[in-house]
Ligand binder design. Structure first.
Ligand code: SAH
Ligand code: SF4
Ligand code: F3S
Length: 442
């Protein structure tokens, strides 16, 4: 039998990227070689995201292009996996989509069987959500050519039910991964020469796992990971403000190898909007957590997610968001306008009543403010020396390398005698709102 090839395209968050690596590992054990050449593929999987309508539309457009490839290759199997598979289910077999396989985020172990069914009958589906699946024992197949930095999933699902958000429906209940398997994966990455690990989950600071009568919460896990691999750099994302404790901040401050970067999605700076969103904190609580970060880990960068134009958002509530941004002075932000998702509490009980025009105007105001804040924060770095993990050549030229500092900011610098995977000291010489430029000092 000729070699079968798997091609995966991944959309959405880092958890999806890590899941694609789990999928590649599962299918590799069943005879599929991973390829980055779509034309070579006998199986094409799109690992999809449902977070905003726009994310889903992109996938539909892509499927339209991909399904034409069946003309050249009638044996080709096309699968939709991930969050859209969970949300849209057998709608994805309809004529305008024509998937052969539909698999939700907890069904990846079952993919070999789904592939077998699909190759006979063309319709294979598993969207069962599990209370316990963490893919504990599966070593992800590391996709891409960066052998420096890896994701390690520490939990799956989400129990927070923010009213606007589809994730609890597509990913199911929150569950923490067994601590031993996390530590084993971390050790294995170290042994394979990796230099940086990002611990992943929708709400990492609610991690909780009991082993031998000891409760490991997130601060304990983070410390254990940091001390297990003292030469690797450890990051984590995402933290929910309601669970951002001083304990975590002390662990970050006390361990040199934990990245001084905290991603703390605010969503809105208005307590009334936060209530409608069911975020479970107030503006004051959030600002108090930021104050704690600045006190306990003063060198930390702070980044966020902002969602504007949510149900009923007034001009005043919107200006409270701008005001929080000015107070915190974020280093970077992901900024979105509200997109109603069918099935969420907001879609059932809170009207999507801010006009597209107003949403766009507010988003633009937020983006403009953030640009000026990023610029200010980056300019404050000029003259400072940072330890940078070299990741590869810069976009523009072979003579320049890029890497990130502990604060997760990208710095571009003349490559000098450095090589990919080195930690080098770089002095920042200039800054824009998006990048820092520097020179190697040792
Ligand atoms: N677990 C993370 C967020 C994951 S989703 C957290 O709680 O912060 C990433 C971001 O997408 C969210 O922070 C939010 O800003 C945005 N988002 C989620 N649902 C959205 C929606 N319906 N419309 C627009 N943006 C949304
Ligand atoms: Fe969505 Fe809220 Fe869970 Fe984040 S915490 S994934 S925004 S429900
Ligand atoms: Fe998207 Fe699912 Fe991640 S909806 S953001 S891929 S958890």
């Amino acid at each position: 039998m000729s070699q079968k090839y798997l091609y995966i395209e991944t959309y959405g968050c880092q958890m999806n990227f890590n899941d694609s690596e789990v999928v590649a590992a599962v299918l590799e054990q069943h005879g599929y070689a991973y390829t980055e050449e779509i034309k070579q593929a006998s199986l094409i999987l799109l690992n999809t995201c449902s977070i905003r309508e726009h994310a889903e539309n992109r996938v539909f457009q892509r499927l339209n292009v991909i399904k034409k490839m069946r003309k050249q290759n009638p044996e080709l199997l096309i699968g939709v996996i991930g969050c859209m598979a969970e949300r849209l289910r057998d709608q994805l077999f309809d004529n305008d989509v024509l998937a052969d396989i539909v698999a939700g985020p907890d069904s990846y172990r079952n993919l070999p069987e789904l592939v077998r069914i699909a190759s006979q009958s063309k319709h294979a589906i598993d969207v069962h959500l599990s209370e316990s699946e963490t893919y504990n024992d599966i070593t992800p197949y590391r996709v891409g050519n960066n052998r420096i930095s890896a994701f390690v999933s520490i939990m799956r699902g989400c129990n927070n039910f923010c009213t606007y958000c589809i994730v609890p429906y597509t990913r199911g209940r929150e569950r923490s991964r067994e601590i031993e398997s996390i530590i084993n994966e971390v050790r294995d990455l170290d042994a394979h020469g990796y230099k940086e690990i990002t611990l992943l989950g929708q709400n990492v600071n609610s991690y909780a796992y009991t082993a031998d009568g000891i409760l490991y919460d997130f601060p304990k896990l983070l410390e254990l990971v940091a001390t297990t691999v003292p030469h690797m750099r450890i990051r984590f994302t995402t933290s929910h403000p309601k669970d951002m404790s001083d304990d975590v901040l002390h662990v970050i401050a006390q361990n040199n190898n934990i990245g001084k970067w905290i991603h703390l999605p605010v969503q809105s700076g208005s307590t009334t909007v936060l209530q409608r969103m069911n975020r479970k904190y107030t503006r004051e609580w959030y600002l108090n957590r930021v104050e704690a970060i600045k006190r306990i880990v003063p060198e930390a960068s702070i980044t966020t997610d902002i969602l504007c134009g949510f149900s009923g958002e007034t001009d005043e509530e919107h200006s409270e968001t701008l005001d929080v941004m000015r107070q915190v002075e974020y280093d970077m932000a992901y900024m979105f306008k509200y997109s109603e998702r069918p099935g969420t509490t907001a879609s059932k009980t809170l009207p999507d009543n801010i006009s597209e025009e107003v949403k766009i105007a507010r988003l633009n105001e937020i983006i403009a403010l953030q640009n000026s804040l990023s610029k200010k924060r980056n300019h404050a770095d000029v003259g400072k020396i940072f330890e940078v993990l070299v990741e590869g050549r810069s976009k523009k030229t072979d003579d320049e390398y890029k890497g990130r500092n502990s604060q997760n900011k990208t710095i571009v610098f003349p490559r000098a005698n450095t090589k990919v995977g080195d930690f080098v000291k770089v002095r920042v010489v200039s800054a824009s709102s998006a990048t820092l430029k520097g020179e190697v000092v040792e």
